[in-house]
Design a protein around this ligand. Structure first.
Ligand code: MG
Length: 525
């Protein structure tokens, strides 16, 4: 066992490698590819340009062509890794999409296809100004803006597939609640199909007609101590007061969370008939009805820079940040550890000669440390081992949330990693309409290749100073700022290595960056 784990640790130190060799596609499988390897559609690269982009020696930084424009004049730049995988395993997507009103059961269980409307919106040459105007003006649905970064490992298959399809899963989930979201005066009904008049939780602006009467009735009942809807104001049994109020934004959060789950399930399902390699992290931003929803499953990161202030919009999910969840799972379902790992954490590997002695440890219930008497059981390899970027789950993987990875196993064993990998994102909300945003206020999204070498502060200073030196009316300025950021993280080739400021090592990982200006979200028609 020890030899096997040592070998696995060595193999995976630089990231999970593709089973069967080449990380870009085939992986030895006889099955057809679900999607061919690609770079983001919006870059509009030719096959030759895609090939050139994979030059590990030159590491060219790719940016949006001047003739192309993303919604809100979003900036984007990317660069391939320094050789850890043959192809760039990061992927990106940026679209303006419409969710039409439709029962959730409509959503096909497999591939959601791009609706003609979505296609039409996405192909608009310039998405600026579409936000609130289209959201409120679209009679048959809701329009949302969507940006996403995916960081693949062990192959690019899952990342490419998620970059093509995750937004459609979000559409499918939102379709079921379009009608509710379009009526901000009412709390979401607990049961869909209830008339708003009958619903006890009325709030916000008073609507006209019968809805106004219902509001008045509800308010007077509340004032008299009775429950809304109860006859003659008679206080109903206390159980009627147990219903939770659910906010509209919680419906959007729920839609994003379920979309991630459905995307992961689709990858698992379609792996039976397609070659879909590896797994990926996913970081998404949805702009809907004046709010940004940042969903994160993995170790990419997003921050808002507002008036030079940094507002973190995501937190990384790593073996260290998720230690207690992982240990609890290992404790509750020890068979997942294959009798070869222990869910307990020790400051270092326990040696046989230490059995019977007292040693520091911590369990899933603890953030601090305590001593325990070492037993034979503790000689097993720790479920979580290593520190910082070298920390691994089951000696295999350094990230604990994401999509795909259904086949990933501990090297030379039958122990699956997937049960420990969660596809659930954490979703944070930022109300764009609460603040006035200037031209230099932005949301930065980056894969870990950026954040491994630059801190939030360094990124904020770089972006702020770069934008300050640009013409505020130049819509290409955000792309140039993204290019500058990627350049700072990659560095320059010197002494056979990539170096950034202060002779620090540059990032050898794939690096992808979106810079989204926030002022467009505030613009009313
Ligand atoms: Mg990465």
């Amino acid at each position: 066992m020890l030899t096997r784990v040592k070998s696995a640790v060595a193999s995976f130190m630089g990231g999970v490698m593709a089973a069967g060799g080449h990380s870009g596609g085939g992986g030895g499988s006889e099955l057809p590819l679900r999607f061919p390897y690609m770079r983001p559609e919006f870059l509009g690269l030719s096959a030759d340009e895609i090939e050139c982009s994979a030059d590990h020696a030159a590491r060219p930084i790719l940016i949006l062509k001047e003739t192309k424009r993303l919604p809100w004049a979003t900036g984007y730049a990317e660069v391939i890794n320094a050789g850890k995988s043959a192809l760039n395993e990061d992927q990106a997507c940026c679209e303006v999409v419409m969710a039409r009103r439709r029962p959730v059961s409509y959503c096909p269980p497999s591939t959601p296809s791009k609706t003609p409307t979505a296609k039409r919106r996405s192909s608009l040459p310039n998405g600026e100004g579409l936000g609130l105007r289209m959201e409120h003006g679209a009679s048959e649905g809701l329009v949302f803006h969507y940006w996403a970064l995916f960081d693949g490992h062990a192959g690019s298959g899952a990342a490419v597939m998620a970059s093509r399809l995750l937004q459609h899963h979000i559409v499918c989930q939102l379709q079921a609640v379009v009608e509710v979201l379009r009526n901000p005066a009412f709390c979401p009904p607990t049961v869909l199909g209830e008339e708003p008049d009958d619903h006890p939780h009325l709030q916000g602006a008073t609507p006209p007609g019968p809805h106004r009467a219902a509001l008045t009735r509800a308010a007077s009942l509340r004032g008299s101590g009775g429950a809304p809807g109860s006859p003659c104001g008679t206080p109903p049994p206390p159980r009627f007061f147990m219903e939770k109020r659910v906010q509209h934004e919680s419906l959007v959060i729920g839609a994003i969370e379920n979309a991630f789950k459905e995307m992961d399930a689709q990858i698992e399902r379609e792996k039976q008939v397609y070659n879909i390699t590896g797994g990926c992290t996913a970081l998404t931003v949805v702009y809907l009805l004046g709010k940004l929803y940042v969903g994160n499953a993995g170790d990419s990161r997003s921050i808002i820079i507002r008036n030079s202030e940094i507002i973190p919009m995501s937190a990384e999910f790593t073996p260290e940040s998720e230690r207690q969840r992982l240990q609890f799972l290992g404790f509750m379902q020890p068979h997942l550890l294959g009798n070869e790992f222990t869910h307990l954490e020790f400051p270092r590997r326990v040696q046989r000669k230490e059995v019977g002695k007292r040693m520091l440890y911590r369990d899933f219930t603890m953030s601090g440390w305590a001593y325990k008497t070492v037993e034979d059981e503790d000689l097993k390899f720790p479920l979580i081992f290593g520190e910082g970027k070298k920390a691994r789950v089951l000696a295999t993987i350094g990230v604990t949330r994401g999509l795909g990875d259904h086949d990933l196993k501990v090297h030379d064993s039958n122990i699956y990693i997937k049960p420990f990998m969660s596809c659930c994102p954490e979703v944070k909300v930022y109300n764009l309409t609460q603040y006035e945003h200037g031209a230099d206020d932005v949301l930065v999204m980056g894969t870990d290749g950026l954040w491994d070498v630059l801190s939030n502060q360094e990124v904020a200073e770089a972006v702020t100073s770069f934008l300050a030196n640009c013409d505020p009316d130049d819509l290409h300025r955000y792309t140039m700022a993204a290019q500058d950021l990627v350049m700072r993280a990659r560095g320059v080739l010197r002494d056979r290595g990539w170096r950034i400021t202060n002779e620090r090592l540059g990032s050898g990982d794939d690096i992808s960056v979106f810079i989204i200006p926030l002022m467009y979200g505030n613009r009313q028609p």
